[in-house]
Design a protein around this ligand. Structure first.
Ligand code: NAD
Length: 543
């Protein structure tokens, strides 16, 4: 056995490429896009390392060109779900027993493969499958995924290093055991990096996993599975189970060996999982760990001392990048009346220059929303605003789903700070703003704090230091990620650990040590060097 003590230093975040015209990166990415578009992939389940074709299939299409089929996928049913749980349990002792340096080597090899060989194809699958422009794909499906793996290995070693003192003739240690049983990972469509991290964070800590990926992002998820296999992840450690979540969850939640759920998605689905676990509580061998990062209604709050151009840039990037489908997307704004004219001019300048369309045309800033349900949902909110005496659509307001699911970037101005679109998560390119009277600054912050059930991200723009300090305090629980003079999106692994409270989730900060600690069950071991040989204590002796 090797006696080397490995050192996994704090990594440097991956440097995203810019794909400028004429660059080699752009050329290779375009070749990868052509490759993805030229064939229809077949996506199986993967159980115990074996590809399973159930014959119960569905289609994966491009959101921006929905007649173009990218893949056909096989759906898992209850019996396959049971097999996947068995495969995860069978693989558990071997994977949990493997040296953590070997586990780390596999994870670092995955990061290296994404950084080099698979960067373009993973970005291309994300661009075509999830309708992302090249920058939105690069910063997450490549860079953020790489960061999750590099930081994961570093934080894992920091956790293992954290040990109690040994004194008074004893040696003490904490062994960070993987959980007993299997972990159920359920990922959302919007980030390939989350599809990577949700199952792989528990895997990194020695757990085995049943993974239910989101249907609309299956193409990039399947590429991840291929990369893991190439990097040497043993069969059964991660089992890939496309299909309807409700079918799989029924089997998983009723299983006695369910050790944890790692979820990101809507609050409604997470609440359903939590309730399902509560109903099955008497069944389990251990209390399952529950980690869920869920919805948001993220704000930009402008103070009268703020710079209008900087604030509006943050609003436009925060609200419309990736069509407002980031959990951290800005969807409500508070603008002081004294600055509204300036803000309106800047909004006009930026909104009228935005191009929307297919991500294969690199000039497009906004692409399609993920599917028809999402398109219809966005148009329903727009129609509601159009018909309300309390709201006015000041930019956008139209949509077209004939070729792709394109919703025009839309700004609603409302007279009611509790207007429906100020309160509910829409998950599309729709921003609602409320203009407040400057003398109601503090009252407005209270309203901002109490308007929605969520508390994920929020931005405050000001130059006045007293105002910044006040917002810092008053909005303490309004967001798990709070930005001063920056947009509400764009958290980086290792720099701004991400997650929110209230109905936005359990706030376990994806990609951080806090999250990794959820996937271990520590065992304290004390070894006494010279055990006592008589039971009585000195106080018991005669006076
Ligand atoms: P979603 O809740 O519709 O789906 C998430 C996953 O749950 C998918 O894989 C889906 O198939 C699965 N699912 C659906 N019903 C299920 C069931 N009964 N049992 C098990 N799984 C089930 O969310 P989405 O549309 O993929 O993603 C958008 C949502 O995710 C938004 O609400 C967004 O705010 C949230 N989100 C939050 C964060 C965060 O960090 N807080 C990050 C990304 C996305």
């Amino acid at each position: 056995m090797s006696n080397a003590l490995f050192s996994y230093e704090k990594p440097v975040n991956d440097l995203s490429r810019d794909y400028a015209p004429g660059s080699m990166d752009r050329k290779r990415l375009k070749e990868a896009i052509d490759e993805i578009c030229s064939r229809v992939a077949e996506i199986p389940l993967i159980i115990g390392g074996k590809e399973i074709f159930t014959g119960n299939t569905g289609n994966i299409v491009m959101p921006h060109d929905h007649r173009h089929r990218l893949a056909v996928y096989h759906k898992a049913g209850s019996s396959e779900m049971k097999e996947a749980i068995k495969a995860a349990l069978d693989a558990h002792s071997k994977w949990a027993g493997m040296s953590y340096t070997d586990r780390a080597a596999i994870i670092m090899r995955i990061a290296e493969l994404i950084k080099t060989k698979y960067r373009y194809i993973l970005n291309a699958a994300t661009m075509m499958g999830q309708s992302k422009n090249v920058w939105q794909a690069e910063i997450e499906s490549a860079s953020e995924t790489i960061d999750y793996f590099h930081y994961g290995v570093h934080y894992m070693s920091e956790i293992y290093k954290s040990q109690p003192a040994s004194e008074n003739g004893a040696i003490n240690c904490i062994e960070y055991r993987p959980l007993e049983g299997f972990v159920y990972a359920v990922s959302p469509f919007n980030f390939t990096a989350l599809a990577a991290n949700l199952p792989m964070a528990p895997v990194l800590m020695g757990n085995t996993v049943v993974w239910k990926p989101a249907t609309t992002s299956l193409l990039s998820s399947y590429y991840l599975m291929k990369i893991y296999a190439e990097a040497g992840l043993p069969a059964g450690v991660l089992n890939f189970m496309p299909g309807p979540g409700s079918v799989g969850s029924k089997v998983v939640l009723a299983h006695k060996d369910l050790a944890g759920v790692h979820f990101t998605g809507s609050t409604k689905v997470f609440n359903g999982l939590w309730k399902g676990i509560a109903e099955n509580l008497d069944t389990y061998k251990s209390y399952p760990r529950l980690v869920g990062e869920t919805g948001g209604k993220n704000f930009v709050f402008m103070h009268s001392s703020a710079d209008a151009t900087e604030t509006v840039t943050a609003m436009v990037r925060g609200a419309f990048e990736y069509q407002g489908q980031k959990c951290s997307a800005t969807s409500r704004c508070y603008i002081p009346a004294s600055r509204w004219d300036e803000v309106k001019i800047e909004l006009d300048r930026m909104m009228t220059s935005i191009k929307t369309g297919d991500p294969r045309d690199f000039r497009n800033f906004v692409n399609a929303v993920i599917d028809e349900d999402s398109f219809d949902n966005c148009m329903k909110y727009i129609a509601y605003a159009k018909n309300s005496p309390e709201a006015e659509i000041i930019f956008g307001g139209s949509g077209d789903k004939s070729v792709g699911y394109f919703v025009e970037p839309t700004v609603i101005k409302t007279l009611n700070p509790h207007f429906l679109t100020m309160e509910e998560e829409i998950f599309g390119p729709i921003l609602t703003l409320f203009v407040y009277s400057d003398d109601k600054f503090e009252e407005m912050m209270d309203i901002c704090d109490n308007t929605s059930p969520y508390a994920l991200t929020g931005s405050f723009f000001a130059k006045d230091r007293t105002a910044i300090r006040k917002a810092h305090e008053k909005l303490k629980y309004a967001a798990g990620n709070f930005y001063i003079n920056d947009k509400s999106t764009g958290a980086c692994i290792g720099l701004q650990p991400f997650g929110g409270g209230r109905n936005s989730g359990t706030n376990d900060k994806a990609g951080s040590q806090l999250n990794l600690l959820k996937w271990v069950s520590p065992r304290t071991v004390k070894e006494l060097l010279i055990p006592p040989r008589w039971y009585a204590y000195p106080f018991m002796e005669d006076e």
